[in-house]
Design a protein around this ligand. Structure first.
Ligand code: 5GP
Ligand code: MG
Ligand code: MG
Length: 186
């Protein structure tokens, strides 16, 4: 199918495929430098990191181990507090390991705050965060983020792993949907 197919639904492209790949390469270089001889465990949160994490680790020049955690929110009420249910836990023990936690987007920061507390309880040697996108204007909890791909304004974005109702994860770029897609045509 033609790539142009998506343009029916996309209002604006924020980051092109080329821009993403350049930035991911830079992040991978920086992380490889910082974690030399540390063999970090790269922990990704499913499913939003499904494009970012594999691209990132394939551009790293150090040995890494990789694991995933999958979460889902209980209800609207708990989601507002960042409380999530772990639906797939990690396979690897984190004790005394250098852990790099990889997120798709940090918005309010509530989910990240909750998950970091969960990971910290497993006593890693170190725990840092890498996020593809950072929505700083909406942050409610201040969390130090070591590696940021791109700063984004307060938009709902999709593509390169990020979904809207499970669709658009396979867009090769990151963009904003048309209001008619988000809110219906009428
Ligand atoms: P937070 O707890 O920081 O407010 O956001 C938690 C989660 O909401 C993110 O990890 C992400 O899964 C989702 N999210 C936040 N902003 C966006 C966005 O603009 N687009 C998409 N697709 N998901 C988002
Ligand atoms: Mg996420
Ligand atoms: Mg989602």
């Amino acid at each position: 199918m033609e790539r142009d197919f998506w343009l029916d639904d996309v209002q604006e492209v924020l980051f092109t495929e080329e821009q993403i790949h350049e930035r991911v390469k830079e992040l991978a270089r920086q992380i490889s430098q910082d974690y030399q001889e540390k063999t970090p465990i790269i922990v990704g949160v499913l499913k939003g990191v499904m494009c970012f994490l594999p691209d990132l680790i394939r551009k790293m020049s150090i040995p890494v181990e990789v694991d995933f955690i999958a979460v889902s929110s209980y209800s609207t009420e708990t989601r507002d507090k960042g409380v999530v249910r772990v639906v797939k836990d990690l396979d690897l023990p984190l004790m005394d390991r250098h852990v790099l936690f990889v997120e798709d987007v940090v918005d309010t920061g509530l989910t990240l705050h909750y998950l970091l507390r969960n990971l910290r309880a497993r006593n890693p040697a170190s725990l840092e965060v890498c996020t593809l996108l950072n929505k700083n204007p909406r942050r409610l909890i201040n969390i130090p983020i070591r590696y940021v791909g791109f700063e984004v304004p307060d938009y709902f974005v999709v593509g390169y792993g990020l979904d809207y109702n499970e669709r658009y994860r396979n867009l090769p770029y990151i963009g904003i949907l048309k209001p008619s897609v988000l809110f219906g045509k009428d």
